[in-house]
Structures are given as C-alpha cells and as structure tokens.
Design a binder for this molecule. Structure first.
Ligand SMILES: Nc1ncnc2c1ncn2[C@@H]1O[C@H](COP(=O)(O)OP(=O)(O)OP(=O)(O)O)[C@@H](O)[C@H]1O
Length: 255
C-alpha cells in the first residue's frame, strides 16, 4: 500500500531524513513516534505528495508519488478548514473539485457529517465550532474523498483531554468500519498504544526508523486496556526507546 525505498530528504545542507525503508500494508494503523524535529511531519508530507524526497522513492498503491493525489487524505493539527465555507461546503469541497454532481456530493457529505456526530451543524461556519468539532469536520472532509490512505499529523494535540478521548474512540470506530490504511503522528505513547496496530519509533538527525513494534493489544480497545499487564509492558518498552532517542537527539544538538 505504502512503500518508502531508501528515502532521504535534505533541506539545504541539513539531512532531515536518511535511508528510510518502510512498508505499510493495507489496513494497518501505523503510528509514528519520536523526538520533536526527528522528521515525522517530513515523512508524512512525502507520503502525501506535498514534498518530494531528495533521493529514493515513495510509492502509494504501487505508483510513485509525484504530487498530491486523491489516494491520500491529510488531517492536520490545526484543522485547515476554509473559514468562509460552511461545514457542509467544507466537507463537499474535495468532491466538488473532482466534479461530483451537487446532489451526490451533498448526500455523501451528509453521510460523513452524521458519522462524525455533526448532524444539525451543516450550515455552521468553522469559527462557530469548538476545536473538537472543527477536527471532526476535517475528518469528515477526508473521509468524503474516500482516499485509500489517511494521514493524520497530531490531529488531537490541540484538544482538551476529554475531547481527545472521545475523538480517539470515534477514529477507532471509523478505522474498524472503513478498513482504511492510516498513518498517524503523535507524541503520546498512550495514544499510540490505544490506536495503532504498529508503532514506528524514529531517531533524529538524521531521521530514521529506529524501532518497529507490533501492537498486539486486543481489539476493540477502550480506556480499560490501560489496566492490562501487556499494555504496561509495551508502554515501558516504548518509553525506554523514545527516551533513548530523545537523549540522543539532545546530545547531537548540543554537539
Ligand atoms: N521546509 C524546511 N526547511 C528547512 N528545514 C526544515 C523544513 N521542514 C522541516 N525542516 C527541519 O527538518 C527537521 C524535521 O522536521 P519535522 O517537522 O519533520 O519534524 P517532526 O518530527 O515532525 O517535529 P515535531 O514533532 O516537533 O512536529 C527539523 O529539524 C526541521 O527544522
């Protein structure tokens, strides 16, 4: 589904990513974890086609990524909604660009607006919505475009803890029902453990995949999973790894 082959990314003399080889199978929920600045967003942007690698290849569905396509949909931390469009028109936007007829795109948009719990808010504008509601609109907009891959760059980081928990459960439901392939960035080990089927821990300077861990916690996952022995074993394994990478990154910055 997604393949990165010897991918490197340089910004001038700075090597942001180096020798990234990774594969994401259809239906996986992969979470990227790592110290700030290790290249997680850079990696996601290469998969989305927002940017091109300096060397190596990025493939989605067997095709080399050479710009933005409808195969990938992105949800950003800062909602990225059009403030001058209503919820309905924001969710319809991608379908309009694809040339889908008005009645059909409205029907599709309504379906996904209802799925994310925003029925009744179709004609509201983003500024009249809470952060959690705006992020629901972003998710509905991506789902309406029916991409094969959904990329989420710290989508819940700006939300309060309660809203984050609700949206995490909603995303798990959407994942379970849609079978989409997901790549998700977070700084939260708990969020990674709750959501993922697999976790990639990145090292910094240059960014590489340092550790690839299968998340074998049973599904469906609720907050109770945090009480299990396996959860705590995985959490301490990841914590040790992330901490080692963060220390390495700080040392290399100081050098
Ligand atoms: N357009 C750019 N020009 C120059 N350097 C860049 C550019 N984009 C990213 N970088 C650098 O590349 C490195 C990786 O950045 P990136 O945003 O991918 O990290 P990240 O792991 O997502 O960080 P965070 O967790 O803080 O969001 C950083 O050192 C950043 O300063």
């Amino acid at each position: 589904m997604i393949a990165l082959e010897a991918v490197a990314k340089r910004y001038g003399l700075f090597q942001a990513l180096d020798r990234i080889d990774m594969q994401v199978a259809p239906g996986e929920f992969v979470v990227l974890l790592g110290a700030s600045g290790c290249g997680k967003s850079t990696l996601l942007n290469l998969i989305a086609g927002f940017d091109a690698p300096s060397s190596g290849r990025v493939l989605v569905n067997g095709r080399q990524v050479q710009g933005v396509t409808a195969h990938c949909g992105m949800v950003f931390q800062q909602y990225a909604l059009f403030p001058w469009l209503s919820v309905l028109d924001n969710v319809c936007f991608g379908l309009k660009m694809k040339g889908v007829a008005r009645a059909e795109r409205r029907q599709t948009a309504q379906h996904f607006i209802a799925m994310v719990g925003l029925e009744g808010f179709e004609h509201h504008y983003p500024k009249a919505l809470s952060g959690g509601m705006r992020q629901r609109v972003s998710i509905a907009r991506v789902l309406a475009n029916d991409p094969d891959v959904i990329l989420l760059d710290e989508p819940f980081a700006a939300l309060d803890a309660m809203t984050r928990q609700v949206l995490q459960q909603e995303l798990l439901q959407i994942y379970a029902h849609s079978g989409k392939t997901i790549v998700f960035i977070t700084h939260s080990i708990d969020e990674a453990l709750l959501l993922s089927t697999r976790m990639l821990i990145m090292s910094a300077r240059p960014g590489r995949v340092a550790c690839d861990i299968r998340n074998d916690l049973p599904q469906p996952r609720t907050a109770d999973i945090q009480l299990s022995a396996r959860y705590n074993a995985l959490k301490s394994q990841i914590w040790n790894q992330v901490q080692a990478e963060v220390m390495r990154s700080l040392e290399s910055r100081a050098a």
